[in-house]
Design a protein around this ligand. Structure first.
Ligand SMILES: C[S@@+](CC[C@H](N)C(=O)[O-])C[C@H]1O[C@@H](n2cnc3c(N)ncnc32)[C@H](O)[C@@H]1O
Length: 203
């Protein structure tokens, strides 16, 4: 990973994803989360402030050391019992059936092998465990979808592998039953990056 991906991109991400509407989405998604929790693609730790005290342990993974450098002081300040590991979603180095919830916020877009990561998330969840997600992805509007396909090569370079054109709900349904799903354009974001899928899937 180069200087841009490890130093510039984490700071850009932290600055651009800390404000509204992201904070409201984070709070709402994380409100029901409890027990032993795994967050994949933890980034700079912007979700930390929104975990409820029903969480008994929080394990976070992210492969980018530049993200971890910003997240670390935040992890040290939280009252939650946390551990951080430099892992990829495609290979979760945890036993099967370890977690009550897995959380992913705007991360599936950046994972190269999304199918493998979803299979891993399924494996590490307890039976009946839940996967809370909010992701941007493929728009149902063909004109927007065409732009998402055109812009994805540039987006991948600027945002560390992030794709704009992923059919998030279809990917998740290959591994889980969807308990809730809301799809919508987020306010004040370009439609190519602002078509959000959010919900909870059940093992
Ligand atoms: C757009 S950022 C979102 C960060 C954070 N989830 C948030 O909501 O602020 C995507 C994150 O996914 C991480 N990532 C990239 N490839 C990954 C992989 N294969 N497995 C897990 N995380 C990955 C990146 O390092 C980055 O921190």
């Amino acid at each position: 990973m180069g200087w841009y991906g490890e130093w510039v991109f984490p700071r850009l991400l932290d600055w651009s994803m800390a404000g509204q509407p992201f904070a409201d989405y984070r709070r709402q998604l994380l409100a029901p989360v409890k027990g032993d929790v795994l967050e994949i693609g933890f980034g700079t730790g912007l979700n930390l402030a929104y975990y409820p005290d029903t969480v008994t342990s929080l394990t976070v993974i992210d492969p980018n050391p530049g993200m971890a450098a910003i997240a670390q002081p935040r992890l040290q300040r939280t009252a939650l019992k946390c551990q951080s590991r430099p892992l990829r979603g495609e290979r979760l180095d945890f036993p099967a059936h370890q977690f009550d919830w897995v959380v992913s916020t705007w991360t599936l877009c950046s994972i190269a092998d999304r199918d493998r990561a979803l299979a891993e998330i399924h494996r590490v969840l307890k039976p009946g465990g839940r996967f809370a997600f909010i992701e941007h992805g493929l728009s149902p509007d063909p004109a927007i979808a065409r732009w998402q396909t055109r812009l994805t090569p540039l987006q991948k370079r600027l945002a560390d592998g992030c794709r704009l054109d992923q059919p998030i709900a279809d990917l998740i349904r290959r591994h889980f039953d969807l308990d809730t799903l809301v799809t919508e354009y987020a306010p004040n974001l370009p439609k190519t990056g602002g078509y959000f899928y959010r919900g909870v899937a059940v093992k």
